[in-house]
Design a protein around this ligand. Sequence first.
Ligand code: 3PG
Length: 397
Amino acid sequence: FKTIDDLELTGKRALVRVDFNVPIRDGKITDNSRIVRVLPTIQDLKAQGAKIVLMAHFGRPKGTVVPDMSLALVAKGLSDALGGEIVAFAVNCIGSDVATLIGKMDNSDILLLENLRFHAGEEANDPQFATELAKLGDVYINDAFSAAHRAHASTEALARLLPAAAGRLMQTELEHLEQALGQPKRPVAALVGGAKVSTKLELLGNLVGKVDVLVIGGGMANTFLNAQGIEVGRSLCEVDLADTARAILEEAAAKGCKILLPSDVVVASDLAPGATALTVAANAVPADQMILDAGVNTALEISKELKSCKTLVWNGPLGCFETEPFDAATNVVAQCAAKLTKEGSLLTVAGGGDTVSALIHAGVVDDFSYISTAGGAFLEWLEGKTLPGVKALEDAA
Ligand code: 3PG
């Protein structure tokens, strides 16, 4: 696909799709990474004298105006991130008033449009809504990798209506994912955790054919232990997926992918802060207890394995890291991966809201080689799916 470098931008109205779906609590942005990460694109466009018109969604208002889901607060957040520079805000994202506002912009001015999802046409990928958006710009730039798994008007249709290019963040995200899984330095390991196998079946299916080592952790691991005839007590477990889990293990064996499952686990009778936790062998879980984390030996086994790997892709925690002491295994492995990264022996790429929170909790988020801004899109990319937003850019080129 094309990039900003391929477009003639001076004096042009650049319609830029960004992902400003940031966490907000009590009227405050609690994590502005998605805003900070698009600054390189904004700076480049400013330097070239484009009129920067930013389009974004927030939450899931389902085609109606929900005042709590306005992007007005985010305009302020962007202005702060730009060191107080003026970011104008339009109370709608289409229509003649918006067009008039854009008509008054000087080169390098920045305007953020109101939540695209206040219009049903956005998520419906409605051609008419896309045409309304297209009227507001001369060129289209997609810098929202984290929304590229959605075939929406601003992520898909628009790329077919205006000269289209990828923004800097979109480029960076794809380059790093390609480095991690497309053409990785081997051996490559994937660590997949999280609660349920059912939500990550396609992911596991794709990974066994691509990686050399697959670490399965979190609640998902229980389903695999159970499938091997191991009692998991009161643990979260998808009994009906036993056949599927066995099929994944067989496929991994056939493809030479080494699977790492917990050999010991931390159990308790309840998921509560400071609960009495006991470490037991994975095949000795008491019937009245539940598995809430991987054990220390497992954490050490994973760490040892990582020492002989060159690439690690991480999605999902190893245990219930939000509740201490069930954060221990995730912390140990995250800290080991961070250390290997700093030493230069391991390339580490992580993504997904939970994963990033776990790495922040472990104190190592800044030490990883690359942290994706994407959740769902990161997962779908790892599943081997075509992302409509990326495909539209490729088609446009
Ligand atoms: C995200 O937060 O992952 C993206 O902004 C996509 O949001 P969505 O799941 O509401 O489409």
